[in-house]
Design a protein around this ligand. Structure first.
Ligand code: UDP
Length: 241
């Protein structure tokens, strides 16, 4: 295991919102650059990193469908939004000297590689960060499910879900003042209580394949490395021992 890190290979899921900073929409350069520095530190510590990035900062299928657009077309727009985010993060990572490949579930050969599992594994073994874009490539799914799917396919030791807060709470801590924070949960706790952390299909996929989910906030500097070393604040979702 690299240095004091508890995991050898991880998948980091960032929502589109996580790239917005304090903006209402789109990408915030400073936020994306800081994320790149956080990832660089982890890669330099010897951890193999792959990523799934959401698209909610640009477009969400359900919102498009609500305006009367056909749902599948709206979902494809959402998937394309994740490609835009992936290219932004790739560029920020390369600016700080981290070799990166983007692989899209919707082939786009002029822009990035198509998703090829074995090739992705090889990139990671060489120390490159692989960003999986376009979700699962299928409408009616989310990038959370894509993250769980890729984490399983890549044989990751953990799925790290970066959110706006430092773990899973009993209610939205931004709205409910006395919401309590959990240190540890089982997959069934999340599913049975419908805790809003990831959708049920993503949680089930992790459960079936015994991949722990670590929920943490990327807002505090150094959080990604801290969580991987088993320190800092996070909620871990795993099977009961
Ligand atoms: N999407 C999809 N299939 C997938 C992943 C994503 O159709 O496998 C679409 C869906 O419309 C979704 C949008 O892409 O609303 C953006 O992804 P998501 O909402 O998961 O992004 P996040 O909330 O993480 O920013």
């Amino acid at each position: 295991m690299p240095n004091d890190m508890k995991y050898r290979r991880v998948l980091l899921k960032i929502s589109g919102e996580g790239l917005m900073g304090s903006r209402e929409y789109g990408l915030d350069n400073e936020t994306v650059s800081r994320l790149a520095r956080e990832i660089k530190a982890v890669v330099e510590a010897g951890v193999e990193v792959c990523m799934v990035i959401g698209g909610g900062n640009i477009f969400r299928g359900v919102s498009g469908a609500a305006t009367g657009m056909e749902r599948t077309s709206a979902d494809y727009m959402g998937m394309l939004a994740t490609v835009i985010n992936a290219l932004a993060v790739q560029s920020a990572l390369e600016r700080v000297g981290v070799a990166t490949r983007v692989q899209s579930a919707i082939p786009m050969s002029m822009v990035c590689e198509p998703y090829i599992r074995r090739r992705a594994v090889r990139h990671m073994e060489k120390g490159r960060v692989v960003i999986f874009a376009a979700g699962t490539g299928n409408p009616f799914f989310t990038t959370d499910t894509a993250a769980a799917l890729r984490a399983v396919e890549m044989n990751c030791d953990a799925l790290l879900k970066a959110t706006q807060v430092d773990g899973v709470y009993s209610a939205d801590p931004k709205k409910v003042a006395d919401a309590s924070r959990y240190e540890q949960l089982t997959y069934m706790d999340v599913l049975a209580n419908d805790l809003a952390v990831m959708d049920a299909s993503a949680v089930s996929l992790c459960r079936e394949n015994k991949i722990p989910i670590l929920v943490f906030s990327l807002h505090s500097e150094g959080a990604f490395s801290e969580v991987l070393a088993g320190r800092g604040r996070f909620t871990i979702i795993k099977e009961e021992e």
